[in-house]
Design a binder for this molecule. Structure first.
Ligand code: AMP
Length: 189
């Protein structure tokens, strides 16, 4: 049974590594960004609202995001483990997640942070922007998203204080970084 949070700045390879890790551990990969994007492409009410924030690189309001995560973690497949990617991102979300897990009688096993330096990230994202077609991949929005992410440092220290934070160097090939993550995890390494 594995319950993980996966954190890292935009462009750190978080999505790729999170997908591989969840597959390897046989747990659902729950990405709030992916859920929002799916809603945007389906044109749901949630999607229309989320898009207005995502296009500016801003966070979707906590009450909307929190309700979505509470629903998702309550689903059957998430009861035996999950890898939560891109959430929590605010102190309010940290507290909400504590409450959701308390209500479910569950505890986190680890919080993985992929560490990559800022200018390397911006270079990677500008390259991805050439092909992604994402409307939030302009240079201005990319820089803004990095600044917004840097405000999550205080969340990481909350998890570090709880002894849950596992920091992994995110520079290298996909397999190399995945091996580092697996080796660093208490239960999978
Ligand atoms: P991501 O794919 O994780 O970079 O997320 C893309 C966008 O979705 C973000 O820039 C936010 O607008 C929104 N988003 C994803 N996760 C959250 C979250 N936990 N809280 C608020 N907004 C979020």
């Amino acid at each position: 049974m594995t319950r993980l949070l996966f954190m890292g700045p935009p462009g750190a390879g978080k999505g790729t590594q999170a997908t591989l890790l969840a597959e390897k551990l046989g747990i659902p990969h729950i990405s709030t960004g992916d859920i929002f994007r799916a809603n945007v492409s389906q044109g749901t009410e949630l999607g229309v609202l989320a898009k207005s924030y995502m296009d500016k690189g801003e966070y979707v309001p906590d009450e909307v995001t929190n309700a979505m995560v509470r629903d998702r973690l309550g689903e059957e497949d998430a009861r035996t483990g999950f890898l939560l990617d891109g959430y929590p991102r605010t102190v309010d979300q940290v507290h909400t997640l504590d409450g959701i897990l308390d209500d479910l009688g569950e505890k986190l096993d680890a919080v993985v942070e992929l560490v990559v330096e800022r200018e390397e990230l911006i270079a990677r994202l500008l390259k991805r922007a050439e092909t992604s077609g994402r409307t939030d991949d302009t240079e201005e929005v990319i820089r803004h998203r990095q600044e917004v992410y840097e405000q999550t440092a205080s969340l990481l220290s909350v998890y570090a204080d709880r002894g849950l934070l596992v920091q992994v160097d995110g520079v290298g090939g996909i397999d190399e970084v995945q091996s580092r993550i697996l080796a660093a995890l208490p239960q999978a390494g």
